[in-house]
Design a protein around this ligand. Sequence first.
Ligand code: JEB
Length: 401
Amino acid sequence: MRIDVITIFPDYLAPLELSLIGKARRDGVLDVRVHDLRDFTHDRHRTVDDTPFGGGAGMVMKPQPWKEALDALGAAADGGEGMRPRLIVPGPSGRRLDQTLARELAQEEWLAFACGRYEGIDERVYEYASESLGWQVDVVSLGDYVLNGGEVAVLAMVEAIGRLVPGVVGNPESLVEESHEDGLLEYPVYTKPASWDDGSVVREVPPVLLSGDHAAIARWRHEQRLARTAQRRPDLLHPSLVVEGLGDLDLRLATPADVPELMVLTRACWIEEVAEVAPHWAGPVETVAEHTADLREWRTWVVRSHGRLIGSVRARRKPGEPHRWWIGRLMVAPDLAGEGLGRALLAFAEGQAPEDVTEFWLNTGRSRTRNQRFYRKAGYRVIPGESEVHPMTVDLRKPRR
Ligand code: JEB
């Protein structure tokens, strides 16, 4: 990937020579070039700023040096005819950088970063880049706080994006199970010694991590991730879901407090199935403890409308099936069936699949033809033959995208 940075403080970008990004540059994986905006001025003082039209505090970056700097980038497109960078302008009023945007930008062949200072860059520079040069221009913000210029933001952006470029991080697996990759914060980590005297207290590593019970460790870590996310970043657990006719609904990851209502919904939704083919399926007769335990194995979401639990769905990857995203227990309150909530929840659960998932799987009663029609419309096809789950059911599959 090629990365150009235009700044009045090239020295600010010196850390890009260090660590993983520096190594990637030396290995030729990242081609990072830093340019001094003042090289594109023509006056004795190498002026890049001027007072704002309309008055107000501070200074604004003049358009002319920026035009010449951008033109020089375009002219130096040694990647070939028609190669254009995607221009990223860090700014406090931009789209927030998150892992989704970082992944998107990591796919680009060429990124150019324009570091503003003062009150920002003359607006016509953005118009010039997009309309005259035909570049895609995005204003991107690190977060809701104010910096003095774009350089620190570029350091963060290049690191977040660069580490997703193949060959930058030695072990790509280490990228998968990280904070923000699947919407939850990470679990706490420990290293030796198992028992550590900090000078006044002997602090122990949680015993489960020393147990050698990998399933128990995985459950504990998932619990820790949920608890931490609820505590520190409750916003991550509250995606909103808009359903035609139902409006803005409160969709969030289920907690043990949701279990009793989830059980009521489960029984309501599966009463017909139980009447027809009981007792092959335990779902509706599970205990509170069993339901609660399931929250650790699955990511379960509940939808509420004015406080009432009206829908739910859950999904997970099963061990040994890294590319398959199992979706289950898609439920809608009986009085709201047919309003599109089920479709929206199914689409939401699909959208929560980690990046490397290639197919969605679900399972429904062999005799549930209405369900099967619903899933068929959503792109699922019944797998012929015996179900992996139960002979009274069928498995359905849908390739991603
Ligand atoms: C980035 C910047 C300035 C109003 C206008 C300009 C250039 N998350 C972030 N906070 N602040 C910035 C940012 C990002 N990305 C940022 C570029 C510039 C701030 N300023 C200062 C302050 N207020 C100039």
